[in-house]
Design a protein around this ligand. Structure first.
Ligand code: TRP
Length: 407
């Protein structure tokens, strides 16, 4: 498949289009607002809906089967390489601005499945620089979140031979020179059109850093299809990267994207946010906290009274506990269908559906937390995942940036 927008990835603006009331939502990496129309977003961003055939060709996963990841860019190139056993890479990162919650691990577990099934190389950059600039937090606080987040990332269980974890400030030797090269083509006008106005020149520069992340697997190991599975608010970074990589004529393919919907926030639709009012479920939450949070805060599709619910049934499509099961936590399609049918018929009450979600989420967190607790010292665990000297050198050479004086 060829991308019909070869060089025009960044021409679309991501800001609120006020032409009709239904279009009044904003999705950029730094602002998500309003009732998101996921189909309209594809038009705005110029990405493509995944076809049934593409979903078939990906390793089987409920996040794809049920179209939580529902769109992409240049997906076929990735699928072809994966099928042929040729090198192919995934990049999915984390902005360490706070504890990680359930929504944050979806792309990570998806990436792990891809790695397991087809041997994808996985790069996981942590943008501590971005979060320092975007949030009102000290570097100490961001550093603490970085360490905590790294425990969660390591607990997912990636293969150290095929996975690299990159931390912007700690790996600045390799990230910075490449970002500078890419920044040459990033004008303030483009940044403003794609991200909206930025408060500081730091944030204006940051897209060059994230573009670097997306090219790193190819700069380290040579040209190969790269797929970036992310929630759709991060797509602007992919578009910027595609444009600037082409302009600098680097020996890389434009990275592709696999775009996901947001895990709904517990108290209703929208993005699950750790900074908004709605509580979110952190990966370190104990079973009592999970149960308490869902029982108290989860928005349901149930009726006002039990009698009415028994008679008319509930609506799983707006029920957040059901949506959590559908997104990730109930992988068995037949079981999920049974739950939906029982809810619609009124046999299953909202409280009972909440308990099912609590059970599944607790099971998942139990496993995750067990692996997290088994980790040794962070430095020792991280070591096999860091770029080697040789890998750094090759990346700088391919990017054509001077390695300068050895330290
Ligand atoms: N900017 C992302 C966030 O705020 C984190 C991130 C950094 C990332 N580099 C990335 C995500 C590369 C995907 C791919 O969450």
């Amino acid at each position: 498949m060829t991308d019909s927008r070869e060089t025009a990835d960044t021409t679309e603006t991501t800001r609120t289009d006020s032409s009709s009331p239904a279009d009044q939502f904003t999705v950029t990496p730094y602002a998500v607002d309003g009732e998101i129309d996921y189909e309209k977003l594809l038009e705005r961003f110029g990405a493509n809906r995944l076809t049934d055939e593409q979903i078939e060709r990906f390793p089987d996963h409920p996040l794809l089967r049920r179209r939580t990841f529902y769109a992409g860019r240049d997906v076929d190139k990735y699928l072809e390489a994966a099928a042929a056993g040729d090198p192919h890479a995934i990049v999915t990162g984390r902005g360490p601005s706070g504890p990680m919650h359930l929504g944050h691990v979806l792309p990570l577990y998806l990436a792990k499945r891809f790695q397991w099934k087809t041997g994808a190389t996985v790069y996981i950059p942590l943008s501590d620089d971005e979060k320092f600039l975007a949030k009102d937090q000290s570097f100490d606080a961001i550093g603490e979140h970085t360490r905590e987040n790294l425990h969660d990332i390591l607990a997912v269980g990636f293969d150290p031979d095929r996975t690299r974890i990159v931390i912007d400030t700690a790996d600045a030797d390799v990230v910075y020179p490449i970002a500078v090269r890419l920044a040459k083509h990033l004008t303030p006008a483009t940044v403003e059109a794609v991200y909206g106005e930025q408060d500081t020149v730091g944030l204006q520069f940051y897209p060059a850093v994230q573009a670097t992340h997306l090219l790193l697997p190819q700069l380290v190991a040579g040209r190969q299809p790269t797929l970036v599975p992310i929630a759709i608010d991060q797509d602007p970074h992919v578009r910027i990267c595609r444009d600037v990589a082409a302009k600098e004529a680097l020996p890389v393919e434009k990275p592709g994207a696999l775009l996901g919907r947001f895990l709904p926030s517990l108290d209703g639709p929208g993005k699950m946010s750790s900074s908004g009012d709605a509580p979110s479920i952190e990966l370190t939450a104990d079973p009592e906290t999970v149960a308490e949070t869902i029982r108290t805060h989860a928005y349901t599709g149930g009726r006002a009274t039990i009698e009415e619910h028994r008679k008319k049934g509930g609506d799983p499509t707006v029920d957040v506990p059901f949506q959590y099961l559908r997104y990730f936590f109930e992988s068995d399609d037949a079981e999920l269908e049974r739950i939906a049918a029982d809810y619609r018929s009124g046999d299953l009450l909202s409280g009972e559906l909440k308990e099912l979600a609590i059970e599944r989420i607790t099971e998942f967190l139990d496993e995750h937390q067990r692996r997290r607790a088994e980790l040794g010292s962070l430095e020792a665990e991280l070591d096999p995942f860091r770029l080697t000297d040789g890998e750094q050198r090759r990346a700088l050479e391919r990017a054509g940036v001077p390695t300068g004086l050895d330290r």
